[in-house]
Design a protein around this ligand. Structure first.
Ligand SMILES: Cc1ncc(COP(=O)(O)O)c(C=O)c1O
Length: 474
């Protein structure tokens, strides 16, 4: 018997099985879901949203902050906000809201989502809505309307100094304010300082000139920082975090209302079976660092807010493709052509070289080989050729002319933890490169009795819908 099977490869490279992934009767299971049965029912290409994962992630983070607060005897509260931009879908946001969270918004239209959630009684007016972004009038006026109609915990986070004028004009009730501190970018980035937020060295003066003395109208409550590169145990992260904590300590002495630090998003997720990240260690360090600085400066510790996007929703989703053909274009390169496109369905693989956790769904007992996955657009960049842990892609050989039913099946390839940003960046529906349609989308969730149920959220996009956008059909 061969010891070059895909199973052998995985077991030699990683600990396997592991949380969320195991193989049963030769088929990969994702969080206990039998992907093959969903493929049989719905076909490929297929997007699957497994909603229970969202609550699991939220509760895991809350638990870690609770443990860190206990460990450090931290005197403040933790607020988990979900940043809607990572996936605005109602089924995602409503699932997250079942777990007692708050929300973060990025643009004017997010506020329309807030209005709808309120109408549907999914939120009440006590929820914290953290409003980020470089705001146009359409956004500030909607924020003002929320405040004027009694959403008392809407916190516009000033991206620039001028933004405050818009609220001064339009908000008729006392309200809370945040300021985003512009982060220094990592040395590898083309810019020194983020374009988002207010320069750290300008903030004290801005407070004294524009906010102090108006406390009956608006109060500075929150300092906000978000680091592009995420929450990582490196010098860059700790020095940027310390910068905002030190600013908090300085400001707190003249601005007693200030009581919160928002560290934004940036918790990583698993993009490879080899992923190792000690979440609890990082939370302990963040909480410990904030406490230490506050003790030293003799100021009250702030409440801590996070706005995890990828972490909340990323791991809840999978994209499943069939390999529809194999092409050997020379003696060394084997292409596996998929029944969709990487550019249109997983745009981060193409735009920023993102790697997702990739595994075959079937044929784990076949020998493996090095391949390049190709999409069916005409674009030469529509390919996937390296994984997070290795600059290559290995998949089982197809043997499509074999004897058994299993042999006759196509190879199915899954990309996992794809739930954040991909639909948002690709544009859901709409026209697509080479008019490759958006795949069908299935939701898996628990019903009232806790039983898992699956249902079709969206069919594969039709030619009619594209022709309409293109002006061929009225
Ligand atoms: C202000 C802000 N908060 C939160 C997030 C979410 O980040 P992530 O998805 O990495 O958690 C972003 C992402 O761009 C952001 O800009």
């Amino acid at each position: 018997m061969s010891n070059n099977t895909y199973t052998d490869l995985v077991k030699q490279t990683f600990y396997f099985p592991q949380e969320g992934f195991h193989v049963e009767d030769g088929y990969l299971q994702f969080n206990g879901l039998d992907i093959k049965s969903l493929i049989t029912k719905y076909g490929t290409p297929l997007k699957i949203s497994y909603l229970p994962k969202i609550g699991m992630q939220i509760n895991k983070a809350k638990d870690m902050f609770a443990k860190a607060f206990k460990k450090h005897k931290y005197e403040g509260d933790y607020f988990y906000c979900y940043c809607t931009k990572s996936s605005h879908f109602s089924f995602v946001v409503e699932e997250a809201l079942k777990h007692n969270i708050h929300l973060e918004t990025s643009y004017a239209y997010d506020i329309e989502i807030i209005n709808k959630l309120y109408e549907k009684k999914k939120i009440n007016k006590d929820i914290f809505i953290i409003c980020n972004g470089y705001k146009q009038r359409s956004y500030t006026s909607r924020i003002a309307k929320l405040l004027n109609t009694g959403f008392k915990n809407v916190v516009p986070v000033l991206d620039n100094k001028e933004e405050l004028d818009a609220y001064k004009r339009s908000v008729k009730v006392p309200f809370k304010l945040g300021i985003r501190v512009a982060a220094e970018e990592e040395p590898t980035f083309p810019f020194y300082t983020s374009r988002l937020g207010v320069r750290a060295k300008d903030i004290l003066e801005f407070y004294v000139d524009n906010i102090e003395g108006y406390e009956d109208k608006f109060q500075l409550k929150m300092l906000h920082i978000f680091l592009n590169k995420g929450i990582k145990d490196d010098i860059y992260y700790w020095s940027e975090l310390n910068k905002v904590v030190n600013l908090y300590c300085q400001l707190k002495k003249i601005c007693p209302e200030l009581d919160s630090i928002n560290i934004g998003g940036g918790f990583p997720i698993k993009h490879s079976l080899g992923f190792e990240y000690d979440y609890q260690f990082m939370v302990n360090e963040i909480v410990g660092n904030i406490k230490k600085a506050c003790k030293k400066a003799k100021v009250k510790m702030p409440h801590i807010y996070t706005e995890f996007g990828s972490y909340t929703v990323g791991e809840s989703m999978a994209h499943i493709y069939s390999v529809i053909g194999q092409k050997n274009q020379n003696d060394r390169e084997t292409w596996y052509m998929i029944d969709s496109s990487f550019i249109t369905t997983l745009p981060d693989t193409w735009g920023i070289g993102e790697r997702f956790l990739m595994l075959p769904v079937n044929k784990w007992e076949n020998d493996y080989q090095r391949v390049v996955l190709g999409g069916i657009t005409c674009d030469s960049h529509d390919y996937y050729d390296s994984e997070e842990h290795i600059n290559e892609v290995f998949l089982p050989k197809v043997h499509s002319n074999g004897e058994t039913e299993k042999d006759k099946e196509p190879l199915y390839v899954g990309f996992f933890h794809t739930g954040a940003y991909q639909d948002q960046i690709s544009g859901y529906g709409g026209i697509k490169h080479c008019l490759i349609p958006s795949p069908k989308h299935v939701i898996v969730e628990r019903d009232r009795n806790g039983k898992l149920v699956d249902w079709l959220y969206a069919k594969e996009q039709t030619s009619q819908s594209m022709l309409k956008i293109l002006g061929y059909i009225k």
